[in-house]
Every structure is written in structure tokens, then in C-alpha cells.
Design a protein around this ligand. Structure first.
Ligand SMILES: C[S@@+](CC[C@H](N)C(=O)[O-])C[C@H]1O[C@@H](n2cnc3c(N)ncnc32)[C@H](O)[C@@H]1O
Length: 312
């Protein structure tokens, strides 16, 4: 009898059965143990995943409260595309990539801080605000006198004071706004602000105070920028920086640019807000027309939705 027939014979099978059963039971126990430990590992993985999802949801909610649109109309969350574009635009205007990146970052932190602590909000999109705040000091204005035409809550001027001081400057701010309780824009219905705060001088004072002594010392002129009385009250100096952000109609912007021609210091910077914004076509229209006439201004470029000019 060969080995094969010895193992498969009925006698051998009977004799070997208990051994085979023992081996089978051991294999079954082993598989059972493996299955149980795999199931336990799966359950632990699912629990870890659930905890991670819960943490992410909490972080999302926290960030939404800090940076979301509620109370200011627009979210302050940042996306890589627009941020990189803004850095490049500021670098192009300033001629310094490193300084542009630094200023955009510090302007962003300042924006979030001011809106967290102030009354009201800063108007406009995040990239546009960071572009204005970041670029102005880098253009090295010829003096520290700043005029903002149209301030809403004065919070942008508070931010600009901080940005100029960070650059070693001693800004003095003048503000012109009608403070009508709400934002006034020709052709736009009067409606309450997303922040819920009335547009008045008190809010502006509170926000300017956040910028320290220079903010407290700011000069506030209530009125429309085209009014001769308003103009006479603040045309006593030549401004190193003029921010045009009042009446957004083509006629309104044209008048403000004409006034800026008279009161900008040699080398002064004029910032034209909301330039190229499809919501306000009159702004680009007014600037294009202005630059075709006799002017001291040279167009330097734009960052987000703001145009920058320099006076001769
Ligand atoms: C877009 S908001 C200004 C936003 C502000 N510069 C900021 O960055 O937060 C425009 C402001 O200009 C005011 N305004 C409207 N017409 C004006 C005019 N003719 N002269 C001065 N301010 C005017 C509005 O009432 C409003 O307060």
C-alpha cells in the first residue's frame, strides 16, 4: 500500500478524524478571533472619524462666527485664488513682493480685529479692503495728511491710521460724510445696514478711538463733498492721501476727482474705491473721462476693486 492509499483508506480516515476535527476547531477559533479584532478596529476607526467630524464641525461654526457674513453682509473668509491675485497686484504697485505679502497679511488681521471690536463694519469685500490698507503705505505718500471722502463708520480710516503708523508715519485724518443715519447712494434705496448700526458720528468716533491718539484727533466734517461749505472747511491743507469713496455715481466721482486735483499734495496718492465693480459702472466711467482731460493724476494700477493714482 502506498502512502496516498494509506492516508485515504477508511481505517486511516477514522483514525485521523479527531485530529482533523481538532485542527478545524483551531482554525475556526483563529478566524473568529481575527474577525472580532477586525470588527473592534473598525468600530474604533468609526468612532475616531465621528470625533474628527464633530471637531471639524465645531471649528467651522467657530470660524463662521468670527469671519462669517452675519452682521457685516460679506464673509471675511479667504480663498487662495483671490488672495494670490491681490498679493501680486499689491506687489506690482509697490514694487516689493515681500512687503506686499506682509502688508496684505497685517491688513487682514487688522480688518478682522476692527470689525470684532468696533461698531458697524468696513464696507466692501475683504480683498479690496486689504488691498487699500496694504498698498497705501507702500506707495510712500509725500505727507501724512489723509482725507477720506465717504466714511460710513470711520473704521477704514481707523485701519489706515494703524497701517501708516506701522510704517513709521504719523497720520492725521480728515473725514467728510453726511452721516445720514444710513448709507446714502444716488439711485440706491435707503436701507438699514447689515451691521444694524446707525451711520452717525458717534459710531465713527468710537471706531477712530480704536486707532489711538491719531484716531481721537481726527477731524470730522459733516456734509456732502460737493458742497462749497464742506470743501472750504477742509481745503486748508494739501493731502498726501485722498480716498474717494463717497457718492458712487459718475457725476459724484467726477466732482470728487476735480476737487482732489486741487487739494492733493505733489506726489499725493488718490485711491478710487469700487473701481471696475460692475455694481458701480459710474466710477470707471468718471475716471476714464477724467484722465483724458487736463489732470495732475497718473494712473498707477489697481488692487482688487481700487484704482491708485499719483498727483504730479
Ligand atoms: C461706501 S460708503 C464708505 C465706506 C468707507 N469708506 C469704508 O471703507 O468703510 C459711502 C459713504 O459715503 C457717503 N456719501 C454718499 N454721498 C456722499 C457725498 N456726496 N459726500 C460724502 N459722502 C457721501 C455715504 O452716506 C456713505 O457713508
Amino acid at each position: 500500500m502506498n502512502t496516498r492509499s494509506l492516508l485515504t483508506s477508511s481505517v486511516s480516515r477514522r483514525v485521523l478524524r479527531p485530529v482533523a476535527d481538532l485542527i478545524d476547531r483551531r482554525i475556526d477559533r483563529h478566524i473568529d478571533r481575527r474577525l472580532r479584532s477586525t470588527a473592534a478596529a473598525d468600530a474604533a476607526d468609526r468612532e475616531r472619524l465621528r470625533e474628527t467630524a464633530e471637531t471639524v464641525r465645531r471649528q467651522e461654526l467657530t470660524l463662521e462666527l468670527l469671519l462669517g457674513s452675519s452682521g457685516r453682509g460679506l464673509s471675511r473668509a479667504v480663498s487662495p485664488g483671490p488672495l494670490n491675485r491681490l498679493r501680486s497686484e499689491v506687489a506690482e504697485l509697490a514694487g516689493d513682493r515681500g512687503a506686499a505679502e506682509r502688508n496684505v497679511a497685517t491688513a487682514y488681521r487688522l480688518l478682522v480685529a476692527l470689525e470684532s471690536l468696533g461698531t458697524g463694519r468696513i464696507a466692501g469685500g475683504t480683498m479690496n479692503i486689504c488691498g487699500k490698507l496694504g498698498t497705501i503705505p507702500l506707495l510712500d505718500p509725500p505727507n501724512d495728511e489723509i482725507l477720506e471722502i465717504g466714511t460710513l463708520y470711520g473704521m477704514f480710516s481707523a485701519g489706515l491710521i494703524r497701517m501708516m503708523e506701522r510704517d513709521g508715519r504719523s497720520p492725521g485724518v480728515t473725514i467728510v460724510d453726511p452721516f445720514a443715519g444710513v448709507q446714502l447712494q444716488p439711485g440706491t434705496p435707503r436701507r438699514s445696514d447689515p451691521s444694524g448700526t446707525p451711520v452717525d458720528e458717534r459710531a465713527v468716533r468710537t471706531n477712530l478711538a480704536l486707532a489711538g491718539p491719531a484716531g481721537v484727533a481726527a477731524r470730522i466734517q459733516r456734509g456732502f463733498s460737493e458742497d462749497p461749505g464742506t470743501r472750504a472747511a477742509v481745503s486748508d491743507r494739501r493731502y498726501g492721501v485722498i480716498v474717494v469713496d463717497g457718492d458712487h455715481s459718475a457725476e459724484g466721482v467726477a466732482k470728487d476727482l476735480q476737487w482732489a486735483e486741487e487739494i492733493a499734495a505733489p506726489g499725493g496718492i488718490v485711491v478710487l474705491d469700487d473701481f471696475g465693480d460692475p455694481k458701480w459702472p459710474g466710477i470707471e466711467e468718471a475716471l476714464d473721462k477724467h484722465l483724458t482731460g487736463a489732470t495732475r493724476f497718473t494712473y498707477l494700477g489697481k488692487a482688487a476693486l481700487s484704482a491708485f493714482l499719483r498727483a504730479a
